[in-house]
Design a protein around this ligand. Structure first.
Ligand SMILES: C[S@@+](CC[C@H](N)C(=O)[O-])C[C@H]1O[C@@H](n2cnc3c(N)ncnc32)[C@H](O)[C@@H]1O
Length: 275
């Protein structure tokens, strides 16, 4: 099923922090424009369900952008290749670790893109995590029969005809925005609390400095007539960070630790720096 009862298009990747379940909150806040820029595209839930003539979709993860450019240019070929790994013989712990190793050793963009989807659907909670050497290190997920999202890939490819994919740091993409562009930012969220668990298992390079860099950029772009919308947790820090923006607050049930069983309500916000 690629669409739910409200006719939303589902991303074909599982993605931590994916915005599919928050589209009703986000889409009404996006103003019209000639181009939507997403500096942190992830699985692309907002892109897939918004209506702009053009898109610039960026993410710092090269495997993700490699996959998207391949799906964009040859979706049917990609589906055939990626589907070959969705066979029960590959859904064992032994095969998972063998294919994970093959992915980590591979330099071939096509092979990497096919295995990336396999790892996304067979790995633990659809996590995407690399060690310090840049090797994918998510453990086996133990799913009965992982779903192969053929329809979702085709829907993505259809919509991707209007897209330029980029793999850079968010700042590089945002500073090139021109008047008439709208920017939707979904950065890694600031932590709700700094418990030992969080810092130990969810290390991220996206710290206070990056959050501040993003807010400063949004303020600067506003002076150039460009609107930036940012999603984040609702904390004292983010309220201060976005104090010059108009803010919508709400509660959302999401995974807040790296343990997917630990769902709880978290306060989120959407900040709008109107240009
Ligand atoms: C919360 S996820 C985005 C989820 C997305 N909105 C969705 O619906 O799936 C954050 C994304 O930011 C990307 N990211 C992290 N640091 C970044 C940076 N410095 N520049 C650009 N992207 C970055 C991550 O790779 C990740 O895909």
């Amino acid at each position: 099923m690629i669409r739910d009862s409200n006719l939303k298009i589902k991303p074909f990747l599982k993605w931590a922090g994916g915005k599919f379940r928050l589209l009703e909150r986000i889409l009404p806040l996006l103003p019209p424009g000639k181009c939507l820029i997403e500096p942190y595209v992830g699985s692309g839930a907002v892109f897939l369900n918004s209506h702009y003539n053009r898109y610039i979709l960026n993410d710092v993860n090269p495997d993700l952008i490699n996959l998207y450019t391949i799906v964009q240019s040859r979706p049917a070929h990609y589906i055939a290749q990626a589907k070959s790994f969705f066979h029960s013989k590959y859904n064992t712990e032994k095969q998972y670790y063998a294919l994970r190793e093959r992915f980590n050793q591979s330099q071939d963009p096509e092979e990497r893109s096919a295995l990336f989807l396999y790892l996304n659907r067979h790995g633990y909670n659809g996590l995407c995590r690399y060690n310090k050497k840049g090797l994918f290190n998510v453990p086996f997920g133990r799913y009965q029969k992982p779903y192969f999202p053929a329809e979702e890939i085709m829907a993505f490819a259809e919509k991707a005809k209007r897209v330029r994919f980029v793999c850079q740091d968010f700042q590089e993409v945002m500073k090139k925005a021109t008047v008439g562009s709208v920017i939707y930012c979904d950065p890694p969220y600031v932590p709700l609390s700094h418990t030992a668990y969080f810092t130990q298992y969810c290390q991220t390079d996206f710290g206070t400095r990056e959050q501040t860099r993003l807010a400063d950029l949004a303020k600067h772009l506003r002076t150039r007539g460009i609107t930036t919308i940012i999603s984040n947790h609702d904390t004292q820090f983010t309220r201060e960070l976005y104090r010059e923006a108009s803010i919508s607050h709400f509660e959302h049930s999401r995974v807040i630790s790296c343990n997917a069983n630990k769902r709880q309500k978290a306060r989120e916000l959407i900040a709008r720096f109107a240009g």
